[in-house]
Unconditional design. Sequence first.
Length: 149
Amino acid sequence: MTNTSADWKTYLTKAEDFLADIFEKKAPALPENAKEAIVKYGPYVMIVMLVLAVPALLGLLGLAGGLSVATGMGGLSVLLSVVFLIVNLVLEGLSIPLLLKRKMGGWKFSFYSSLASAVYSLVSGNYIGLVLGTIISFYILFQIRSKYS
């Protein structure tokens, strides 16, 4: 029997190392003042985004409930949206206190949130969002990674 938790950690570490090579080492670097501004103000932007996402989540939950009553199924795409939105909200919520303290754990939660968003874009068929959103988020994340300990 294998240790699934250790397997996931290994995969995530390999993915992080691979992406760091591309977005941190090979990509053009952001200016230091831009990195510092992102690290300083980013968590506050995330707080605002989390607060704004709550009504969206409540609306999706209502829509999923309404679809389940109307169709007897529950709208798989709406349910998928709700699940991924909850995952992202939890990961971002966990990251904020650690990001404010400049802890690597906060960066990792943000990285996992970006991975979850990429998976959602893939399974929902949003390929333009997958490519553009993932590249932009990974670029910014890996450019500021060195600011966390």
